[in-house]
Design a binder for this molecule. Structure first.
Ligand code: ZN
Length: 251
């Protein structure tokens, strides 16, 4: 097991800048995935959220203002996936840019033919390799309200996925995990869901999962923390792989 606090510097941050009890209670009230945790995991989450707020820069933009409660809530959502992994897993990037609402990224994109064009896609969130995480605050507030959705967990899953290169649905697995089993489980589930979609069957997961293997991992991670019963019921093998990866048992 890792130590939640790695060194004297972090110990000092947690001691000097603890999250006030009232803010923490409010964050727990508004974060479904955190509410489900046992007392000891909630205590770990509170330490990680404190370190997250110290280490990452939350940057509201577009006229948005974030209160202290909002910041604690965002940090709590962000740290749920790493309760059993540790803050090291979020190394290598610094900022979370928060738009008031859905946003259109202002950057050129290369299409399949290599032609550069401006994307007009409206986004709820995105994560760049070694760059910022960008989220819509409206979408953050929707987390847990739309069943199975959590935009912050989604973007954090991309960040974990990108620890070993491009986002491809294959984050760095732990030593006792089997890469072949991971691939097999995710590709079998992918094939089955594609068939279901072709046959007009309602999917048990947000169809956005079928955009790419990276999105599948991120969307399944959202459901793992927000709606674990449904994920285990419909995609039990995926659920078990995520249990091993996150080292958590949200049920
Ligand atoms: Zn995504």
């Amino acid at each position: 097991m890792f130590n939640t606090i790695r060194n004297w510097r972090e110990r000092r941050i947690v001691a000097r800048h603890p999250i006030a009890e009232s803010l923490w209670r409010e964050a727990l009230r508004r974060c479904t995935a955190a509410r489900r945790l046992g007392a000891s995991d909630q205590a770990t989450l509170r330490i990680l959220a404190t370190l997250f707020l110290d280490r990452k820069s939350l940057e509201p933009t577009g006229g948005l203002e974030l209160t202290d409660t909002d910041r604690v809530l965002l940090a709590a959502h962000a740290c749920v996936p790493i309760i059993k992994l540790g803050m090291d897993w979020y190394d290598g990037w610094h900022s979370v840019i928060v738009y008031p609402d859905a946003f259109v990224p202002r950057r050129p994109q290369l299409d399949a033919a290599g032609v550069e064009h401006q994307s007009n896609a409206v986004m709820a969130g995105e994560a760049w390799g070694r760059g910022p995480v960008i989220v819509s605050w409206a979408e953050v507030l929707n987390s847990g309200k739309r069943p199975g959705h959590n935009v912050i967990v989604h973007e954090m899953a991309h960040k974990l996925d990108m620890l070993n290169g491009d986002a491809n649905g294959f984050p760095p697995l732990h030593r006792r995990m089997d890469r072949r089993v991971w691939s097999q489980v995710f590709s079998n589930a992918w094939d089955r869901l594609q068939d279901d979609r072709r046959n007009g069957i309602d999917l048990p997961i947000d169809p956005y999962a079928l955009e790419s293997p990276a999105e599948f991992f991120a969307v399944a991670s959202e459901q793992f923390f927000e709606e674990p019963v449904a994920l285990r019921q419909h995609l039990p093998d995926v659920y078990r792989q995520l249990e091993q990866f996150y080292r958590q048992h949200p049920l």
